[in-house]
Design a binder for this molecule. Structure first.
Ligand code: SAH
Length: 287
């Protein structure tokens, strides 16, 4: 968390003032090109844009304050997104608030124009720097598990591994305050650029090592990791409120989702859920 302490207040809420010259974002043409889900690492390796700039994929200005109807969102993208949500529901995600959040956030905003046509297939996709945007189903599933049994609405949630910012945007639809940490600076900046036009006032992004959590803001009702470690970093467990829940992929090649609940001052329970595929959790920062 090297820099989070010094994060200037003016970064939040995200403003439109720095938005200039971004009319060039190509609208996703929502073809239903099929692409079977692959592992996050395979997908991350498949594509690495050579000189990715944080401003390259900014959506245009003019968004409403809430993501009721996202800017640059066409009827076509809304229809394809509805179909994605229907598939997620078929796969077993039931929480209506989570499904509504998945429907509200335009996933194609978070991808390079060349990949935007694949935004609503159920697969992780590369975002550069050997990282991926998570598979829609797993985003929905993890948020549903995090929410279930937590006090409603979840007040303060921490995400580790912002990537392009997609999951953070979804989380911000279901929690009062969301903080998200990314260790790769250009990705942190990319997420800020991607999120700017959506103007999500309850989401704050930080550049730093999320393995250390965010002690200054703890405790959290929920902590969600978007990258897999061999274990959940122990420091994060103390940053859960009593009654708080943490969900994380754990493992290297063979990964499972783990749900950890803090049930007392010094008592946690651990439950193993389904198999999953995430990019690795790494220590330190990468400028
Ligand atoms: N949340 C993303 C998924 C991003 S992929 C989504 O919306 O789809 C996982 C991200 O975790 C990568 O960007 C990677 O750089 C980041 N990451 C890995 N280890 C980290 C750490 N220790 N702290 C913060 N971010 C980390």
């Amino acid at each position: 968390m090297s820099e989070s302490k010094h994060e200037p207040k003016k970064r939040f809420p995200l403003t439109l003032d720095a938005l200039t010259g971004d009319a060039g974002r190509k609208r996703a043409s929502m073809s239903s090109r099929s692409n079977s889900p692959q592992t996050a690492s395979q997908n991350a390796a498949r594509y690495a844009p050579p000189e990715r700039s944080a401003t390259a994929s900014r959506p245009p200005a003019g968004a409403p304050l809430l993501i009721e109807r996202a800017p640059n969102s066409s009827m076509v993208s809304e229809a394809v997104r509805k179909a994605m949500v229907a598939r997620i529901a078929q796969q077993g995600v039931k929480d209506p608030q989570v499904l509504a959040a998945m429907e509200a956030v335009p996933r194609h905003f978070f991808l390079e124009p060349g990949l935007a046509s694949q935004a609503y297939i159920d697969a992780s996709l590369p975002i550069g720097y050997h990282q991926t945007i998570s598979q829609p189903y797993i985003v929905a599933r993890m948020i549903e598990v995090l929410k279930a049994g937590a006090r409603q609405p979840m007040k303060r949630v921490l995400e580790i591994g912002t990537g392009c910012g997609y999951q953070a945007a979804v989380l911000a639809q279901v929690a009062t305050e969301v903080y998200s940490i990314e260790r790769i600076k250009p990705l942190h900046e990319l997420a800020r650029a991607n999120l700017r036009a959506l103007r999500i006032p309850n989401l704050r992004l930080h550049y730093g090592d999320g393995m250390l959590g965010f002690p200054q803001l703890a405790p959290f009702d929920g902590i969600i990791l978007a990258a897999a470690g061999l274990q959940v970093p122990p420091g994060l467990l103390d940053q859960l409120s009593v009654g708080g829940r943490l969900i994380a992929p754990v493992g290297s090649r063979d990964q499972v989702l783990q749900l950890i609940c803090r049930i007392g001052e010094n008592e946690w329970t651990t439950e193993t859920l389904e198999h999953c595929h995430f990019v690795p959790l790494r220590p330190g920062t990468h400028g």
